[in-house]
Design a binder for this molecule. Structure first.
Ligand SMILES: Nc1ncnc2c1ncn2[C@@H]1O[C@H](COP(=O)(O)OP(=O)(O)O)[C@@H](O)[C@H]1O
Ligand SMILES: CC(C)(COP(=O)(O)O)[C@@H](O)C(=O)NCCC(=O)O
Ligand SMILES: [K+]
Length: 249
């Protein structure tokens, strides 16, 4: 069995692949290393051989997690590393090592699945957009605050914006102008994300006309899928790229 991890700034996404790696035996989203260990230990018949992971956390945080995993399960761990070029995709950053590894893997996965020009949009703590041309050239991308950052900035820097998670979820059942604070903020931030997406689509059109694929991934992808009905929503896009970057024997 193989353990796969995508360590983002807010959450660790995990899954366990079976002896047949096409089969996902278990998966989850956790907010700490400890919660990951607990979740894994609860699984019946877990027999991990290897682990592959991608992390956008600090080297220290990633090392601490690797130590926990090797101590607990005796697995050998492989980490995705930056590359100038892989699987036909060329990293477009001036300094290729600075490109976020989750972005890089989502790009590898996207280009592989699309087999042509694509726009990869990831809605996590940050929102990212990356453009990959027909020849695999990464044209570049954009980074802006995601839903958790936008709403927390409003909560932190104002005195009268306060509300709970349940109200937040209910507020997003519609996007008409809000009549309560929670509706106004949650819908306002959602519309910011949708506006961002529409701008990215325009740019992609200016590069490639109609012939490109849009990928949506990340925990908040559902907030924008309505404005891009033709997009492919691929929650495990980073894992698709992870398997390409870290093939296991
Ligand atoms: N099952 C889930 N567990 C945690 N967060 C989720 C889940 N589904 C959607 N989300 C939303 O996803 C966002 C985090 O997205 P994610 O891609 O995990 O971020 P990151 O990679 O930066 O940690 C949060 O705003 C959260 O509300
Ligand atoms: C842009 C990101 C913060 C996104 O992280 P996430 O929201 O997935 O946790 C991450 O990819 C990152 O730290 N990138 C390094 C900076 C860059 O890509 O230019
Ligand atoms: K991410």
């Amino acid at each position: 069995m193989i353990l796969e991890l995508d360590c983002g700034n807010s959450f660790i996404k995990w899954r366990v692949l079976g002896a047949d790696v096409r089969i996902v035996v278990a998966e989850g989203v956790v907010d700490s290393d400890l919660a990951l260990l607990q979740g894994l230990k609860q699984l019946d018949g877990l027999a991990l051989k290897r682990c592959r992971l991608v992390s956008v956390r600090t080297g220290d945080e990633t090392s601490a997690l690797i130590t926990l995993l090797t101590d607990a399960f005796g697995v050998s761990v492989t980490c995705a590393a930056p590359a100038r070029e892989m699987s036909g995709v060329r990293n477009g950053y001036e300094d290729y090592e600075k490109l976020g590894l989750d972005r890089w893997l989502a790009m590898l996965g996207g280009f592989h699945l699309a087999g042509g020009p694509c726009l990869v949009l990831d809605f996590g703590t940050a929102v990212t957009a990356d453009f990959i041309a027909a020849d695999g050239e990464h044209i570049g991308g954009f980074i802006c605050p995601g839903m958790p950052l936008m709403r927390n900035q409003l909560r932190t820097h104002t005195r009268r914006i306060r509300y709970g998670d349940v109200a937040a979820e209910r507020a997003l059942e519609s996007l008409v102008p809000g009549r309560t604070t929670v509706e106004a903020v949650e819908r306002g931030c959602s519309l910011m994300l949708q506006g961002f997406v529409l701008t990215q689509l325009q740019l992609a059109h200016s590069y490639w006309g109609g012939g490109f694929t849009v990928f949506l991934t990340g925990g908040d992808a559902d907030l924008v899928r309505g404005v891009v009905p033709a997009a492919r929503v691929v929650p495990d896009l980073v894992f698709v790229g992870l398997a390409m970057a870290c093939p296991l024997p």
